[in-house]
Design a protein around this ligand. Structure first.
Ligand SMILES: [Zn+2]
Length: 299
């Protein structure tokens, strides 16, 4: 990516402070090889990539080919294991939703190829999804007969309509968190459940790999979350976090990618060891990625 316009974040989107401290200097290992700044707000701790590519330039940094969640290729051992794990994890996610939310209409934001919604459909959910990638939307239609809408459509959906809204590794990609949280609050019924999975920069593997931690994933990860800041975001929009769950497979996946970033030999084995250590040290709620389960405060 040779030329593109950058934006500098002047005001914290969570608390409006303008004093930030450096947090990490990770590299974009996916496309540009460029180093970016991750900063934390001194006022509230919200952590974000700044400067970052302007919203309309971000697509240049996705590097479609290596974007594994959209490829579904089963060539090679890594991809085979990845796909098997993905199938299992998808099922587990749909079971979790059926446990924590009242069954009815579910909206998956950034639905990808529709695998998760398909699993929900099989459990009796009425499924809806938005997804920016046209290729992924076609796949969801042909593979699962699920009609996903464009990303922008989320702002025009009927209010107080969904019992569950889910974002699986999507929130960290969204440009304006205030706009989206506000939208989710409006779309959910009063007894609705918001489920958000994001990387956790306070995990053991994040500390171990530092700037090489694969889940910084700059610049396409615009925001980065800890339990503290997620609590603050929830509160700002009238939600409370009622549960936090580890995503144990992410520790392995992220550790293996981090080893690759460090060009280490046997990255698969070393990543597996670090992933295991991270899970062992993470306790109940501090793994590489966390699932936050939120309800409206007065529900
Ligand atoms: Zn702040």
């Amino acid at each position: 990516v040779k030329q593109y316009s950058k934006i500098n974040i002047e005001k914290c989107p969570l608390c409006n402070s303008n004093v930030f401290s450096p947090k990490a200097r990770p590299k974009d290992f996916r496309v540009s090889n460029e180093t970016f700044y991750v900063v934390s707000c001194d006022g509230c701790g919200h952590t974000f990539t700044s400067p970052r590519p302007a919203d309309e330039e971000l697509h240049k940094f996705y590097g479609e080919e290596s974007y594994i969640s959209h490829t579904n290729s089963d060539k090679g051992l890594f991809n085979k294991i990845y796909l098997a794990v993905k199938r299992y994890a998808t099922k587990k996610k749909s079971h979790l939703i059926s446990e924590v939310a009242i069954k009815g209409k579910i909206l998956d934001v950034g639905a990808g190829t529709g695998d998760f919604l398909n699993a929900c459909k099989q459990q009796g959910w009425d499924v809806y999804g938005v997804e920016p990638s046209p290729i992924a939307r076609v796949y969801a239609r042909e593979q699962f007969q699920i009609e996903l809408q464009t990303a922008e459509a989320v702002f025009n959906l009927p209010k107080r309509n969904f019992q569950a809204i889910t974002l699986w590794h999507v929130l960290e990609h969204l440009p304006d968190l205030n706009e989206y949280f506000n939208c989710f609050e409006q779309l959910l019924t009063e007894d609705g459940t918001l489920v958000i999975a994001v990387p956790n920069f306070e995990s053991q593997d994040a500390r171990f790999y530092g700037d090489d931690w694969a889940a910084w994933d700059v610049p396409i990860h615009i925001s980065h979350f800890s339990k503290l800041t997620m609590h603050k975001w929830a509160k700002k929009f009238g939600f409370q976090i009622v549960g936090i769950k580890n995503m144990p497979f992410d520790s392995f996946y992220v550790s293996m990618l981090s080893e690759k970033n460090q060009h280490s030999k046997f990255s698969f084995v070393k990543g597996a060891v670090q992933g295991l250590l991270s899970n062992l040290k993470s306790g109940k709620d501090n793994a590489s990625s966390l699932i936050y389960i939120m309800k409206k405060i007065n529900s």
